[in-house]
Design a protein around this ligand. Sequence first.
Ligand code: TMP
Length: 213
Amino acid sequence: MPKPIFISFEGPEGAGKTSVLEALISELKTKLGDNLVTTREPGGNPISEVIRSILQPEEDNGMDKRTEALLYTAARRQHLVENIKPALDQNKIVISDRYVDSSLAYQGGGRGLGIDNIWEINQFAIDGLLPDMTIYLDVPVEIGLARVNENRQGKIDRLDKESISFHQKVRETYLKLQSEFSDRIKIVDATQPLNKVIDDTRILINQILEDKS
Ligand code: TMP
């Protein structure tokens, strides 16, 4: 009988999360078939996708930062109830592109709301459900933002317009969380060539699949 496994992916802008996930998910689909469920935050179901559209508007909508934190958290709650929990209950392997650490890093660190405050509201939402493993792709801000500017082809979203210091605080918070919860959060050096980042990430995923088998 397979065991449920919950893996989240995290990283600041330009860490290459999307490319790494695309490569590994197609490999894992071949190996795991329907036992693999992939999803993303904010989103994953109709309610959370509507919240995503409010959080990521075309134009600045003047959203208050606590409102933003609550909306990410609300989207997460619905994602957990509709997507993550049912899949884990069926012993599936769930890979989520972002989860609670994004709120801790972006809203707690980047927006300056404080890790403890964001942790508190998220406790209410996630009710103790933490990933078995979180893979954090780490990249210095200058390198990450340079990649975003190269690849974005003119489309810039709200968070890309934040100051360098916002992005620096996001990364610092991720690094702090990683050192504090090093059993759960595994770091991958995302300044390496993409193939090497994919290789390092694959090793971590294979390790947890093995540990849990
Ligand atoms: P992505 O689709 O590139 O992962 O972008 C999602 C954006 O949403 C990214 O800039 C980080 C941001 N975000 C938060 O600020 N807080 C959160 O809790 C989540 C899930 C995402």
